[in-house]
Design a protein around this ligand. Structure first.
Ligand code: 5GP
Ligand code: MN
Length: 343
C-alpha cells in the first residue's frame, strides 16, 4: 500500500468510527442534482442500509426523470418531509458548500452529532465536522466506492449500478480529463459486480430526452455568440424560452457541452435566466483557463474544466461580466503575466 492510500485510509477510518457509533443517518446532495449527486447518494444509502443503519435521504429538487431507473430513487424525500426529524449524522455529498443542498433544507436538517462532507470539488468548503474532500477523485461516487472498499464490505449489485452511473456521468462517459486508468478499473469492477449493460445505463441517462428539451436546444443555439478571437462562446436561456417550450431549468443540463465542442473555443458558457431574474451560469474550459477560478470571482465554484455560479444580474449583463473576466484569463495583461511567472 502506498503512502497516499494510507493517508486516505486514516480519513476513512475516522468516518468508520461514526458508522460504528451511530444508527440514524440522513443523506443529502446539491440542488439540480446530476448523475454523480444521485449516484453517490443512493450508493452510500445502499451501503449504510446494508450495515443495518436507519437512513433517510432529503433533497431540495426532485430526482430528474432520467435517473429514475436507479434503485431506491423514490426513497429520496423532499425538504417538506423533514419536519422535526433529526438524524444523528448528516452526510452531504458532492455539494461544494452546505448552502448548495438548498437554503431551506440547510436550515431545516440538522444532525444531533455530526456533519460529514464528502466531495471531490477542488473549491469545496470544509463545512463538515469531518471533511472527506478528494479533488483527485473523478467523482463523489468514486470516493464512496473507495469508502466501501476500505470498509471491506462487499459492494452489492444495486450499489454498483448507482456508483457506476455517477462515475460515468462525472467523467462525461469517460471522456473528460478526470478519466484515468483507475477510473476505468473501478468502472470495470462495478460492471462485473452489477451485471448491468453499460449501454443501457448510457441510454437511460442520455437517450430519454423529452422532445421539449430539443425544442429548447434549438431556441438556445440561436443565441450563440463567439468573441472576435473565437475563444469564448456563449449562449443563454430565458424564462420566455422555458414557457414557450414547456421546459424547466433542468432541461439546460448538457447544452453548454455542445458549444464547448466548437473548434478553437477555450471557454464556453451557458447563462440561464432564473425566475427571480438572477442568472445561473455553467462554464466549461478546454484546459487553458481554470473556470473554477473564474466562477469563484462570482461566488461560484466547481472544477478547472467545469464550473458554475449564480449571479444577481440580468442574464445579458452577467454574460458581459463573465466574458470580460474570462478575457483576462485568456489574454493576461503584462503585469498579470509577470505575476504568473513569479509563482
Ligand atoms: P454544471 O454547469 O454542470 O451545473 O456544473 C458544473 C460544475 O460546477 C459542477 O461540478 C458543479 O458542482 C459546479 N457548480 C455549478 N454551479 C455552481 C455554483 O453555483 N456554486 C458552486 N460552488 N459550484 C457550482
Ligand atoms: Mn460530482
Amino acid at each position: 500500500m502506498d503512502t497516499r492510500q494510507m493517508v486516505d485510509m486514516q480519513n476513512y477510518s475516522t468516518l468508520f468510527s461514526l458508522f460504528d457509533r451511530y444508527h440514524n443517518f440522513a443523506l443529502s446532495t446539491h440542488i439540480n442534482p446530476d448523475g454523480d449527486a444521485i449516484g453517490s447518494e443512493l450508493g452510500l444509502y445502499l451501503f449504510l442500509t446494508g450495515l443495518g443503519k436507519s437512513v433517510k435521504m432529503f433533497n431540495t429538487d426532485a430526482v430528474p426523470v432520467n435517473y429514475r431507473f436507479l434503485p431506491f430513487w423514490d426513497s429520496i424525500e423532499s425538504t417538506h418531509s423533514v419536519g422535526t426529524y433529526q438524524p444523528e449524522v448528516l452526510i452531504v455529498l458532492d455539494a461544494s458548500t452546505l448552502e448548495r443542498i438548498g437554503k431551506a433544507l440547510a436550515k431545516t436538517l440538522h444532525p444531533t452529532h455530526s456533519l460529514i462532507n464528502i466531495d471531490h470539488h477542488a473549491t469545496a468548503e470544509a463545512f463538515g465536522d469531518i471533511n472527506l474532500i478528494v479533488p483527485s477523485a473523478s467523482s463523489t461516487s468514486e470516493i464512496v466506492y473507495k469508502l466501501i472498499k476500505y470498509h471491506q464490505t462487499p459492494i452489492d449489485k444495486a450499489c454498483a449500478l448507482c456508483l457506476y452511473t455517477g462515475l460515468m456521468f462525472d467523467t462525461g462517459c469517460f471522456r473528460h480529463s478526470n478519466t484515468t486508468a483507475e477510473t476505468h478499473q473501478i468502472a470495470a469492477e462495478l460492471i462485473e459486480i452489477g451485471e448491468f449493460a453499460p449501454d443501457e445505463v448510457y441510454r437511460n441517462v442520455y437517450e430519454h430526452v423529452p422532445v421539449a428539451k430539443i425544442h429548447l436546444l434549438s431556441e438556445v443555439l440561436r443565441t450563440l455568440q463567439v468573441t472576435d478571437d473565437g475563444k469564448i462562446a456563449s449562449v443563454y436561456v430565458t424564462q420566455t424560452m422555458f414557457r414557450k417550450t414547456g421546459t424547466t431549468a433542468d432541461a439546460v443540463e448538457g447544452i453548454v457541452n455542445q458549444i464547448q465542442a466548437i473548434a478553437g473555443v477555450e471557454v464556453a458558457l451557458c447563462a440561464s435566466e432564473m425566475m427571480d431574474r438572477s442568472t445561473k451560469v455553467s462554464l466549461r474550459s478546454q484546459g487553458c483557463v481554470d473556470v473554477s477560478q473564474l466562477a469563484a470571482e462570482f461566488e461560484g465554484g466547481g472544477h478547472a474544466r467545469a464550473a458554475g455560479c449564480r449571479i444577481t444580474m440580468p442574464y445579458l449583463l452577467a454574460i458581459a461580466a463573465l466574458i470580460q473576466a474570462a478575457q483576462r484569463y485568456i489574454h493576461p495583461s503584462p503585469v498579470e503575466q509577470g505575476d504568473y511567472q513569479k509563482d
